[in-house]
Design a protein. Structure first.
Length: 158
């Protein structure tokens, strides 16, 4: 559940990722919200494969959005933060996430969610839960019960 209608920005993100050929999987609370979890978020988190070509594509993506790439925790992490200050937009791209072994595995379990003519890979709720458990931060633990209840409801419908 988003406090505002996130569909237009997700449609734009999906379009720009497709145009830049940057393969990334949406993770975190935004991905959980798209699967029915009543959670909110202010940013969009992605896992991507860290290669020179993908870093170049990230820079192209930043240019297309009129933003810039920050490395706030460099060299301690593989986080690339795309910030578009005039729009209040923040996209975080991580080369690894806790609780998930590989990008390939995450991608293989992800589902395509369509926004107009574009699609976005969205992490499976089980991977989101696994990651939040592995992180163990208070803000991640705070939503685990909600995410697990959403997963349980989703599984009952399948």
């Amino acid at each position: 559940m988003f406090a505002v209608n996130a569909h237009p920005i997700l449609k734009e993100i999906a379009y720009q990722l497709q145009e830049c050929r940057l393969e990334a999987v949406l993770i975190g609370n935004a991905a959980a919200a798209l699967q029915g979890a009543p959670v909110t978020t202010l940013d969009f988190d992605f896992m991507f494969r860290l290669t020179p070509a993908n870093v170049h594509r990230l820079k192209i993506l930043a240019d297309r959005f009129g933003g810039r790439i920050l490395r706030p925790y460099y060299p301690a992490s593989g986080l690339y933060r795309l910030v578009v200050e005039d729009r209040g937009l923040q996209l975080d791209f991580m080369s690894s996430i806790h609780g998930v072994r590989s990008f390939e595995g995450l991608r293989s379990r992800a589902a395509r969610t369509h926004f107009g003519g574009c699609s976005l890979l969205v992490a499976d709720l089980r991977d989101i839960i696994r990651s939040k458990k592995a992180l163990g931060r208070p803000r991640d633990r705070a939503v685990l019960e909600i995410l697990e209840a959403t997963l349980h409801e989703k599984e009952k419908k399948e």
